[in-house]
Design a protein. Sequence first.
Length: 398
Amino acid sequence: MLQISKRGQLMPSSPIRKLVPYAEAAIKNGTKVYHLNIGQPDIETPQPMLDAVRNSSFKVLEYSHSAGNESYRRKLAAYYYQAGIQIDYRQIIITTGASEAILFSFLACLDSGDEVITPEPFYANYYSFALAAGLQVVPITASIENGFALPPIEEFEKKITARTKAIVICNPNNPTGYLYKAEEMEALKQIVIKHNLYLFCDEAYREFCYEGEHISAMHLEGLEQHVILIDSISKRYSACGARVGALVSKNPAVLDAVMKFAQTRLSPPSFAQIAAEAAIDLPSDYFNATKAEYKRRRDTIVQRLNAMEGVFCPNPGGAFYAMAKLPVDDADAFCLWLLKSFSHKGATVMLAPATGFYGTAGLGKQEVRLAYVLNEQDINIAMDCLEAALKVYPGKTN
């Protein structure tokens, strides 16, 4: 009998998408499902991006440069300059979403068996891409009780071994929404220098910070050769389907190695690069309204969650995710039950169980991630469903 690879057997199902078949079944049965499981914004993609694709005029849809269109990279360098990041366009490699940037950076910088440290809960695909690259993820637990602040740097020191080669962070964080403070970024800088590590920093949610300032890893002086910035237009411009990301580094050896992988996959998506380039020309105040809208949604969902009996949800400082602790014995079972066995006024809610965002077995059993990507009216209806569900769920705890 043919065998599946060990890698294929070990690859986990996405905590964000694994319950999709049950949601589809609920919808077929006539239940309205409010999707808070996935970061798919309902805010419209900017019209100039769509128009740029519609108005494209060429006779052959060619490969782009493996690093991405030079015109786009030049504009992207200017965008970073506005964010206080001094970068040359030749230090940017356009990727097929941030996902490819994460994988390329792992493959280019690390060897099979190497270890990467990351605070947990973490974006689940970090683990999946690390597994694909033959790496070991070493988690350091952040606590919901203090809003998932960066764990003490002493905890990082305890985990560092001869195989430790990198630290991975997401700022603002997915799934917690935590926004790292300047002193936390400085602490990371010191440990990265001390142990000569790479610092992979996913900054896909840079534009959505509600309290406090975003400190990019690229702002940290002295880490020019250590930092690999991971980026994406998916959430920034509500263009998840475009699949355009970026890998940014000032380390020439890293860029040379990543380019080999980029050449192997030929080129990033052509139409999506056209749309992404048009996005750079949006008015400078474009993000003001979007950011204000997400902040209203955040305030609504956090207030509604904390008003429910037995629920605790810290106030996230950025991105558009919230983590909540629920009075249930098993969040995975609860999220499945919501789709298979529950409805409130013809509707239910789809959540992402948090166990899939932890690397330590047994953690997150009472936690869920909620993406506040729906309008306030829909969020309130979804919260009505959740509140009603918690009152009747058989596995409710005190």
